[in-house]
Design a protein around this ligand. Sequence first.
Ligand SMILES: Nc1nc2c([nH]c(=O)n2[C@@H]2O[C@H](COP(=O)(O)OP(=O)(O)OP(=O)(O)O)[C@@H](O)[C@H]2O)c(=O)[nH]1
Length: 153
Amino acid sequence: MKTPLSSCEAAEIRPPTVMVAAVSLLNAEGKVLLQQRPEADAHGGLWEFPGGKLESGESFEAALVREIAEELDLIVRPENLTPVTFATGAAGNAGRSITILLFCCRIWDGEPKPLAAAQLAWMEPAMIGTLAMPPLDYPLAERLSQILQSGFI
Ligand SMILES: Nc1nc2c([nH]c(=O)n2[C@@H]2O[C@H](COP(=O)(O)OP(=O)(O)OP(=O)(O)O)[C@@H](O)[C@H]2O)c(=O)[nH]1
């Protein structure tokens, strides 16, 4: 009879997936806010959708509300977050995978400030893919642009 794996052994065989919530903040001109990661960080100098990793037990929406306050000094509400798409891939070289869920948000309180970023930029959706970005942000940006063009969200 097989001995059941302890949670520790199972974790060694299958490393946890990094779960990330990201948002495309859309302004009245239809432009999307991107932020550039500081040079010293992982993926330094690359542009990304604002957001970050989920903390233990946190929902994607709760993580975004927290991350957007921390990174941009903006208040977003969960009811104003619309799911758009997701992307999955490898995270770093530790054998972990990463899943990023992208939401869209048109309503928030405050003016965005680059509290955690080197700089911020409002971009036409179709131009986001011309920026230097981490790998998963490219499919997110492409799908976002398609969905916005379709008028579906
Ligand atoms: N946006 C994005 N992030 C990625 C990709 N691949 C990948 O490993 N990541 C990693 O996913 C994490 C995103 O969460 P985050 O922005 O909160 O990470 P962080 O290191 O700034 O926050 P932390 O200080 O809380 O660790 C980063 O460590 C980033 O390097 C990708 O393709 N796109």
